[in-house]
Design a protein around this ligand. Structure first.
Ligand code: KG4
Ligand code: ZN
Length: 375
């Protein structure tokens, strides 16, 4: 295993292969991280298993693990080919080590470790949500940096959480869903409306033709904590659908999709505003403890909100979150929709960042189905 301090690596351009197999996308990408400036995606290959899971209305873990096993080799080869890279051009291999479905995580992490070992390269075990959090770097303007601390809304199929990103790799949890993740609720409501999996994009498409005419709940509205709840929204949509004795008309389906999406977006934005207050308090406390701000003349607070994860691809949700952000004096940013959902580039970038900052290897890091991001 090649060993080098983080400092040496931080001064040169790094090329990292990223492998993502935590759910139903088999993905590999090569990312180039220069010492200064924006990272570049050299290739970003994705094999979506959505079709294999579609008949079940959700991801079947056993099918997912087997499909990763079958496709990963080819996807990695394709990533190298498209990037015009050979194995010898790589500086490290990164793979998602958790959280996620354990079968898929084992396939990706063991594959990455074996490859790193064979190539005598460092292996980076990446937290899937850190990958999502990191993907915003691909879309910052040249010369713009992602300042810390900032506020992070992680919205995926398995997680819905608000965090303070205090410094690279250090997060503090401000609030999270107490029941279903928002993506999961999109998927289940889509099923109710007879839409295919994954439900988020399908609901967004259908909702464009509908009117948000049904009234749906906004759990925890006005409460001071930063937690969320979405299962009531799902159940209310179900009750509305079941109230109708006949199958829903096309118009009712469209309106229900629009109402659900609008309620989800508004509820999320309201909860984000509450979490933002906690964020501001957490940062002030952090700064008081360190008493660094005054001495260094640092800005009070990096007033940036980053949304990431599959649900952040939703344009209505982005618009709602942006509105709250601007009203509170924050810049809102989210990766382009295609980089919000699972991909290998975010894992490669998180790996390159770790490599540049901390160096070292994590060959013995075990894949973990559960793994909290916050310290
Ligand atoms: O981040 P992601 O790709 O995988 C996980 O880490 O879970 O998120 C997948 C989730 C799915 O539940 C999917 O329905 C949802 O993100 N999603 C969306 C949209 N695109 C994907 N939800 C709402 N609107 C979308 N456009
Ligand atoms: Zn994800």
């Amino acid at each position: 295993m090649r060993e080098e301090g983080g400092g040496g690596r931080a001064r040169r351009t790094l090329r990292v292969l990223g492998i993502e197999t935590s759910c139903d996308e088999t993905a590999a990408a090569i990312v180039e991280r220069p010492a200064k400036g924006k990272p570049r995606i050299l290739s970003n290959i994705l094999w979506s298993q959505a079709e294999a899971h579609a008949p079940y209305g959700g991801v079947v873990p056993e099918i997912a693990a087997r499909a990763h096993l079958v496709h990963l080799d080819g996807i990695v080869k394709e990533a190298l080919k498209e990037a015009g890279c050979r194995f010898s051009d790589l500086d490290g291999v990164a793979a998602t080590a958790g959280p996620g479905l354990i079968g898929g995580l084992i396939v990706g992490a063991v594959y990455g470790k074996a490859l790193a070992l064979a190539l005598a390269l460092p292996f980076l075990a990446i937290h899937h949500l850190e990958g999502h959090a990191m993907s915003i770097r691909f879309s910052l303007d040249e010369g713009e940096s992602l300042a810390f601390p900032h506020f992070l809304a992680l919205l995926s199929g398995g997680h819905s959480a608000f965090l303070s990103a205090l410094s690279p790799g250090r997060y503090r949890l401000l609030g999270q869903t107490r029941d279903d993740a928002l993506g999961e609720v999109f998927d289940k409501t889509a099923r109710l409306l007879g839409l295919p999996y994954p439900g988020g994009p399908a609901i967004e498409r259908l909702a464009r033709q509908g009117e948000a005419s049904f009234s749906l709940p906004r759990p925890f509205f006005g409460e001071a904590h930063g937690d969320m709840s979405f299962s009531g929204l799902k159940s209310a949509a179900r009750r509305l659908a079941e109230k109708s004795k006949k199958p829903l008309s096309d118009r009712a389906r469209r309106d229900l999709a629009a109402s659900f999406q609008q309620a989800a977006a508004e509820s999320l934005a309201e909860r984000m505003a509450a979490a933002l207050r906690l964020h501001e308090r957490a940062i002030a406390e952090e700064e008081r403890k360190k008493k660094r701000r005054a001495r260094r003349g640092e800005k009070k607070l990096a007033r940036r909100i980053v949304a990431a994860g599959g649900v952040a691809a939703n344009l209505v949700i982005r618009a709602e979150l942006e509105q709250v952000s601007l009203a509170r004096g924050y810049i809102f940013s989210a990766p382009p929709p295609a980089l919000c959902t699972d991909n290998g580039a975010m894992i490669a970038l998180a790996g390159a960042e770790r490599l540049a900052r901390f160096g070292g290897v994590s060959l013995f890091a075990p894949p973990r189905a559960r793994w909290t991001l916050s310290a």
